[in-house]
Design a protein around this ligand. Structure first.
Ligand code: ADP
Length: 478
């Protein structure tokens, strides 16, 4: 088991302390699991300076050199997967099996980008002028700042950092102050793998002062962020001052549509997986569930029986659902349920805190949900299933698109022409069709509308960290 201690920032290959610290809490039992150094603006500046110095060397290394270090890093993470999973469960509360799955998923980005780094290539164009050669070169963009959330404290770090590092960039990363320990362990393993000093820097502490430096510093060329729309918009404003490149993965309001012709049992299993991972606190969590009229009753009856079997409790005690991350998160869930009931929704299951502890919440089903309720329009980030009845394809397309967000959507139907129509008509960046699982390194992860800008992972995942240079070369005197 992990010992309670002081967790330092990792800057220029060294562990850096500060006099100011933040208490890190295990949300399952509200007990302290350590103290985190809070480095503030000064720490952020020194991390940017370390990354700037390291860039001149790292950006010129061969892709083979970079790939070999990334592969070693990946191997070390796999070797330490159980310890990392325990840390994730300790700091997030999520079930240990989910934490282990996160380590496997998170590390897959490092392996993938190690391979992809060898495929970076420019282009020699078919010139439209016989006296000239025309080329496109690709080069790493520079120092990247990355800000990551608490819900996937390993996978969000590896998805951003490994792509940037594979492309030849250097990184200053700020993990969530709620879940920094697994990120620091990942950094420790990067050092063991031989990643040179300054290539990956982890600056820890309260978000505002650090975030200000990471989004305004002249030496930072790109910001990659996953988190709330509010903070994302703030970072975008800051980034505009020096015209930094940005990638943003922000808010979400995923529809999960169950058509009358689908296999109801499979749809329920898909929904349980898409809804209850991390107690409903994932950015692709099913947020609104649309059920076609003809199967409305059998669907919610069976769903209730299924949810009653889910075990809520400490992530170390083979539970299915852990705690929410904070009191603030539980209050939001309670408020949204109250608002729905006041506006006419029927509480069909749950609706209250769970006896497992202060931050645990019962799996909840709300029926008769309408678009004027907060459970419909807001990201619930908790184990609530708001169910909306619908009649036709056109009706469900119309209501499912009634949101400013557009990250992920799910639907269940065996009908091929309907699948095609829904995929084209729903305004979302990623689809799970007859499945509740869509995360893989192959997925260009990202969304439409206010869900963000850019994509992470996938075959094109290095592109956001590369700059293009066009060369028009008159060869007459060469
Ligand atoms: P959530 O509401 O899901 O916690 P946040 O956007 O608040 O999402 O948090 C995501 C990440 O953004 C975390 O690392 C958090 O510390 C960081 N963050 C929060 N506020 C700011 C800020 N003002 N500037 C920079 N980063 C911030």
């Amino acid at each position: 088991m992990i010992k309670k201690k002081l967790y330092c920032s990792y800057i220029n290959g060294k562990w850096v302390k500060s006099s100011k610290t933040i208490n890190i809490i295990n949300p399952s039992n509200n007990l302290s699991i350590g103290e985190l150094c809070d480095l503030g603006e000064k720490g952020a500046k020194s991390a940017v300076s370390a990354a700037s110095n390291a860039f001149s060397t790292w950006s010129t290394e061969t892709s083979d050199f970079r790939a070999n270090i990334l592969k070693k890093w990946y191997d070390l993470i796999i070797k330490n997967k159980n310890e990392l999973a325990e840390i994730i469960t300790l700091e997030t509360g999520k079930p240990l099996s989910e934490s282990l799955a996160e380590v496997i998923y998170g590390s897959s980005f490092i392996e993938w980008f190690a391979e992809q780094s060898k495929r970076i290539k420019g282009n020699i164009l078919s010139s439209n002028d016989n006296d000239k050669k025309m080329l496109i070169l690709k080069q790493p963009i520079g120092v990247v700042s990355a800000i990551t959330p608490w819900n996937f404290p390993v996978a969000m770090v590896t998805r951003k950092a490994s792509a940037a590092i594979a492309a030849g960039c250097t990184v200053v990363l700020k993990p969530s102050e709620l879940t920094p320990i697994s990120c620091l362990k990942i950094a420790e393993l990067s050092k063991e793998a031989g990643l040179p000093k300054g290539v990956l820097n982890i600056v820890t502490g309260m978000p505002k002062p650090i975030g200000k430096i990471l989004s305004t510093h002249k030496s930072v060329k790109k910001i990659t962020f996953t988190g709330s729309t509010e903070v994302g918009k703030y970072l975008m404003k800051n980034a505009s001052e020096t015209v930094k490149s940005i990638s943003m993965e922000l808010g979400v309001n995923a529809p999960f549509i169950v058509f009358g012709d689908c296999d109801v049992d499979r749809a329920i299993e898909g929904l349980v997986s898409a809804k209850f991972r991390n107690a409903g606190q994932t950015c692709i969590s099913a947020n609104r569930v649309f059920v076609q009229k003809n199967i409305f009753r059998p669907f919610h009856t069976k769903l209730k029986i299924r949810l009653e079997k889910l075990k809520v409790g400490d992530g170390f005690k083979s539970s299915d659902i852990g705690p929410l991350i904070s009191e603030k998160a539980v209050i939001k869930v309670e408020k949204n349920i109250d608002d729905a009931i006041k506006k006419g929704a029927q509480l069909y299951l749950g609706g209250k805190r769970h006896m497992a502890g202060k931050l645990f919440f019962q799996p909840t089903i709300l029926l008769d949900v309408q678009s004027n309720m907060n459970v419909f329009s807001e990201e619930n980030f908790g184990p609530i299933i708001p169910i909306i009845k619908f009649d036709s394809d056109e009706e469900v397309i119309n209501i499912a698109n009634q949101t400013q967000y557009g990250l992920a959507a799910y639907f269940y139907t065996p009908n091929a022409s309907r699948i095609w129509k829904m995929t084209k008509s729903l305004d979302y960046g990623m689809f799970g069709i007859n499945t509740g699982k869509i995360s893989t390194y192959l997925n260009p992860f990202g969304g439409l509308k206010e869900s963000g800008i850019g994509r992470e992972g996938s075959e094109e995942g290095l592109e956001p960290f590369l700059e293009k240079k066009f060369v028009s070369w008159d060869t007459a005197n060469t």
